[in-house]
Design a protein around this ligand. Sequence first.
Ligand SMILES: NC(=O)C1=CN([C@@H]2O[C@H](COP(=O)(O)OP(=O)(O)OC[C@H]3O[C@@H](n4cnc5c(N)ncnc54)[C@H](OP(=O)(O)O)[C@@H]3O)[C@@H](O)[C@H]2O)C=CC1
Ligand SMILES: O=C([O-])CC(=O)C(=O)O
Length: 435
Amino acid sequence: MAVADFTPTYKESLFLPSQLSSLSSRLSNTRSHVLKPFLRPRNAKICCSVAPNQVQTPLAPQPTGTKGECYGVFCLTYDLKAAEETKSWKGLINIAVSGAAGMISNHLLFKLASGEVFGPDQPIALKLLGSERSFEALEGVAMELEDSLYPLLREVSIGIDPYDVFQDVEWAILIGAKPRGPGMERADLLDINGQIFAEQGKALNAVASSNVKVMVVGNPCNTNALICMKNAPKIPAKNFHALTRLDENRAKCQLALKAGVFYDKVSNMTIWGNHSTTQVPDFLNARISGLPAKDVIKDTKWLEKDFTDIVQNRGGVLIKKWGRSSAASTAVSIVDAIRSLVTPTPEGDWFSSGVYTNGNPYGIAEDIVFSMPCRSDGDGDYELVKDVLIDDFLHERIKKSEAELLAEKRCVGHLTGEGNAFCDLPGDTMLPGEQ
Ligand SMILES: NC(=O)C1=CN([C@@H]2O[C@H](COP(=O)(O)OP(=O)(O)OC[C@H]3O[C@@H](n4cnc5c(N)ncnc54)[C@H](OP(=O)(O)O)[C@@H]3O)[C@@H](O)[C@H]2O)C=CC1
Ligand SMILES: O=C([O-])CC(=O)C(=O)O
């Protein structure tokens, strides 16, 4: 089904004059039925439908094109009821992505638009958050989305103010964060990125859907998720996730490689703890072809030492080879993480996500965001898995990651409403990509 099957109508839109002329020529060159955009005051009522090819007189130019506004062809809405094929489609959902001009987003946005994440009957609106520094790049991203003609992609808007961009979003995928530069202390990184996530938490609290699901990717993602959550008291704490699915996928791959099986045979893979080099890939509960991984891979030394080290340091090794951090596989893992929440978990299996620890059955300290095993009915929510084994080895490792996260939390007390920050981070604490 092509986008052109639908009847276009106008949607409220604002354009810079430069956008207007390039957009108009693009539209008129490519689609004769498409209407030309026009400038309108922000609070103007959305106009009635306009005859094809009728040119509107531009109203007064607006000072900015950066306020979470629709982009290009996406300023035209199409009547979803007009086409027979769409009768089984679900209602439109709004998805915000921050760091939208970054490398991970460059893979992720096209997966979202293709239907791979939310399904082939789920139309979506993408709301892309950038900054002044990235705004032009964001326009470039929006242009590529236009040119991809995804039938399910009904709207794209771009902006630099989270209060505009997060309006009514049902999902927020928070990727944008400052990378740790040479000589930068981890405490500084926690502070700089923490401020971003505190502001975005406030914005989500103020304008997002009250049940918005938030997937924090930008590092240090567990503590950023905690900060975001603490600044969004109206949103259920359970709705905040820190992405540890990439670590889960890396762990599955390593177990499959060692066992000599294809990676779809590996299940029940938990990553415990922080998305850092203290993370704990759990080989005690993992299964290979339905059997305990330890019964298939009988090499305990490899499991305890090599496997754990490889998974913890995979990101850093990749950066050394590739010269940049994992972007494509991170985007894939975001897809996996969201799909795990919107589709029922297969019987007996589970997935890992960094979630709020309050009420956890494993004795992990409360009030941090910690990766743990989860199951979902496919409604966007999850439950923690109760029947997992925890032996002394696993317990000791979990405690180390817990201590690291508690230290990170003390370091950002000024951003979580807990008063003064006190930074006593363990010396060896690192992001996976920092090896
Ligand atoms: N949890 C996980 O498994 C993984 C997490 N990551 C993390 O994801 C994040 C994004 O990675 P990636 O897309 O590769 O990075 P990029 O550098 O390609 O993009 C990051 C985006 O962050 C934004 N940003 C926000 N604040 C700043 C700032 N102060 N300085 C510079 N950029 C800033 C920039 O966009 P703008 O200017 O629009 O704000 C930029 O486009 C990183 O924090 C990375 O460590 C990466 C891999 C795995
Ligand atoms: O440290 C980084 O930015 C990359 C990262 O998280 C990973 O590869 O897991």
